[in-house]
Design a protein around this ligand. Structure first.
Ligand code: M6R
Length: 595
């Protein structure tokens, strides 16, 4: 995580950098900082807290070149001293990633007389640059980066060099060319309105940006070609447009996200590409779906559906587990990596590991130019549009639609047509769920509960997990998602009058079973509410429930798109009632580019 930005050839570097940091703030908001070159000298300001804490100080700066950073702390608590840029000697550096061998490097540098002023891993970079610098910037950068292990995207400023240097290794950085000016940033939205054309740097590349020109080389100084292309429309940033928070704005965008994803599947001819891939491999023997957080929950829902429809062993795994496990993945495996950002390091590395094991890797992502699409053999787009809120909402619904289409394509002909026609009604179903779901009493119940448990069976279980994650991350109300039958195997010990259970019931055949679990909760003095589809919850249960939110019925493979909506709305309203900022929950960042 962390957002980094660099610019040169601009009228007022600090202004550009500050604005860019606002666009990158979703990547971390523990502290922020800016360094600019003024009269050949580096001047830097940094502050603990959100980017806005830096505003006053940034306004005092100018400069024509500079670098900026917004931090999600990994090594060293959020503080002014641990904020980036780190400045030492002739250099100032901002870093996104983790320098895994920093402790050893730091020890050596201290022995050589370097004095450190932070507790970060990143600070070693600026000391290495200072150590290797004797007037030749390129030599210093090459020598320094070759010492680093881990993952790093860097922007470097050097006193006397009118420009900046960008380095990429396993963390994203994009360079851009604008009118008379050059830029670099962790993500495209920060370059929109500044750069006309951009290039996503590859691992092991260094860009020297100065005097209107970007020169690329590898870590050994060998030149590389720079291929610029126009900024893709998908990179455009988002604005609140009258909504109080991005979370509620993005929930309202679910119908469009689903519609555009379905359209993109057809436009990109994913059906035939998948059929060809399956044929080439003589059919797939198993399916592994991987992701983290919300993306893992959509993967889990799809795994349930894939196994039922295709009768092929299908499972979902959290990416962080998959990559360090000796699984039986091989050439007959279809590996589907699900990630909104396409840059979550665990998911990217899991996809890389699956590819190395011979699997056919498909990326399902909302960001077409992401690292994940670069690894996959094939990409299935989610067209949810830029998602700003740290809590994923519309991207989850887009993922469920894309995954349902992938599975139906593998089944072929009539299954695909059935899914397509079911999807036709989903846009209206989502819109109805958004406007009709009365969640206020549910949110008030959540806000006053010591813990909230979400339960479901079958396809409702992954939705229970997602409902629980959403509530926890934006409201900080503790709780858990459970398979309805599993609560009684331990967690029921936590149930009392202070806890609330929300049962998700959209499976007609499983209603009675989930109702029994709710009865067990009542018998222990617990409270319960229900999110249900017509005919899926017994009337007695609905009468007794503290609240009952009805959602439109849909085919099981698509129902998570609808049943998640009231849960997202409940989480949002609970956060607002409790005075939390749902868009930027504490301790989190939207893109997790470190392990
Ligand atoms: O960009 P990704 O989909 O790979 O991100 C994965 C998770 O970090 C993400 O879903 C996270 O759990 C969200 N905060 C959930 O709302």
């Amino acid at each position: 995580m962390c957002g980094i930005i660099g610019c040169t050839g601009v009228k007022c570097a600090s202004e550009i950098l500050y604005k860019g940091l606002e666009d990158l703030e979703y990547r971390g908001y523990d502290s922020a900082g800016i360094a600019v070159l003024e009269g050949g000298k580096i001047i830097s300001v940094k502050k603990q807290g959100r980017v806005c804490a830096l505003k006053r100080a940034a306004e005092q700066l100018g400069g024509t070149s500079g670098i900026g950073h917004t931090r999600w702390a990994t090594h060293g608590r959020p503080s002014d001293e641990n904020a980036h840029p780190h400045t030492y000697g002739a250099f100032s550096v901002v870093h996104n990633g983790i320098i895994e061998n920093y402790a050893k490097l730091k020890e050596e540098l201290i022995e050589e007389g370097h004095e450190f002023s932070s507790h970060t891993d990143s600070e070693v970079v600026v000391h290495l640059l200072a150590k290797y610098y004797s007037g030749d910037l390129k030599e210093a950068v090459l020598s320094a980066v070759r010492q680093l292990k881990g993952s790093f995207a860097l922007c470097i400023l050097c006193a006397g060099y009118e420009g900046f240097v960008a380095v990429k290794y396993r963390n994203p950085i994009i360079v851009g060319v604008g009118e008379g000016a050059l830029f670099a940033a962790s993500d495209m939205p920060a370059l929109c309105g500044l750069a006309e054309s951009v290039a996503v740097l590859k691992d092991g590349q260094i860009a020297f940006a100065s005097e209107g020109k970007i020169s690329l080389c590898d870590f050994y100084g060998r030149p590389a070609a720079l291929t610029l292309s126009p900024i893709p429309p998908a990179a455009r940033g988002a604005r609140l447009g009258g909504f109080p928070h991005y979370m509620i704005k993005e929930i309202n965008e679910i119908p469009a996200a689903v519609k555009n994803t379905v359209q993109a599947f057809a436009e990109e001819k994913c059906f035939s590409a998948l059929s060809r891939a399956a044929k080439k491999r003589g059919g797939f023997g198993d399916i592994v779906l991987c992701g983290c957080g919300t993306a893992y929950h959509s993967a889990l829902a799809a795994a349930y559906h894939a196994e039922e429809l295709l009768k092929i062993p299908s499972r979902a795994e959290t990416a962080g587990e998959f990559r360090y496990r000796n699984s039986a993945t091989g050439p007959k495996t279809l590996f589907i990596a699900v990630s909104q950002s396409g840059e979550t390091v665990d998911t990217v590395e899991a996809a890389r590991a699956a590819k190395e094991a011979g699997a056919y890797v498909v990326a399902v992502t909302n960001v077409p130019y992401s690292a994940l699409t670069g690894i996959a053999y094939m990409s299935v787009p989610v067209r949810a549009g830029t998602e700003v809120c740290v809590a994923a909402t519309k991207s989850y619904c887009g993922q469920i639609a894309a995954l349902a289409l992938i599975i139906a394509s593998l089944k072929g002909g009539s299954a695909y047509s059935r899914t397509l026609s079911a999807l036709k009604g989903i846009e209206a179903g989502c819109a109805a769920a958004i406007s009709d779901c009365a969640v206020e009493s549910a949110a008030r119940a959540c806000a006053s509960s010591a813990g909230v448990y979400f339960i479901g069976r079958g396809i409702d279980y992954p939705v229970a997990l997602e409902g629980s994650l959403k509530l926890k991350e934006v409201s900080y109300v503790p709780g858990e998602g459970y398979p309805a039958g599993e609560l009684k195997h331990g967690t029921i010990a936590l149930i009392d009058g202070g806890t609330l259970t929300i049962a998700i019931m959209t499976e007609r055949t499983l209603g009675e079973k989930t109702a029994s679990a709710v009865e067990q909760i009542y018998s222990r003095g617990g409270r319960a509410g229900v999110v249900y589809a017509e005919g899926c919850a017994p009337p007695e249960l609905l009468e007794r429930a503290e609240f009952a939110v009805k959602v439109p019925s849909f085919a099981s493979c698509l129902s998570p798109i609808i049943s998640v909506i009231p849960l997202q709305l409940i989480a949002y309203r609970t956060a607002v009632i409790l005075g939390r900022d749902p868009d930027k929950p504490r301790n989190l960042a939207k893109s997790v580019t470190v392990e």
